[in-house]
Write a protein that binds this ligand. Sequence first.
Ligand code: HEM
Length: 178
Amino acid sequence: MHGIIFKSLKDFVVTNHGHETWDEIRHEADLEQRVYLPIDTYDDGELVGLVEAATDLTEASIPDLLESFGRFAAGNLLDTYGNVVGDDWDALDLVANAETGIHTVLRAHNPDLDPPELVCRRDGDARITVYYRSPRRLCFVAKGIVLGVADHYGEQLTVTEATCMHDGDDQCELVVRR
Ligand code: HEM
């Protein structure tokens, strides 16, 4: 996974719990010496280890931690890759374009990037259904990213999960409403 995700996890932990907690998390995950650079990619297993250690130390549940992390990470993604975001988009436009206008473009420009394949379907003016399927099964992060995108635009969106891979479904269905 892209270093920007790891760097965002570090920033998220340091902002909310301080540097010492980040050091403890790396220690718990046997990654004391690890430095995450936003220009590199790292093994997905390292993220799993860090998230497990973070939930142990902060007593947050994995879904809550991943959602809050995704919400935080959206700001970093938009700061880094804002050039692929349309000038005239609002939050719902961005969600609608997350696959065709953003993830697809990023994959084409950088073969090292491996964002999940999303299907984003507009259901009228105020609703989008996002179908998420990824072996990483990070739908809680996806939900958080949508909420973080709304924060970025100073808007309010709600996300409900109609189906979930963690419940045995073959994809997660996120219903996003304004
Ligand atoms: C708003 C809707 C969006 C959703 C639901 C979404 C979902 C996700 C999720 C869940 C991941 C984690 C990897 C995985 O699950 O396989 C991810 C990775 C990523 N996303 Fe998105 N994303 C969205 C928007 C964006 C935006 C706005 C950007 C950039 C401007 C972006 C760029 C990336 C990048 C760079 C990665 C890392 C890929 C890698 O590790 O190689 N995404 N996205």
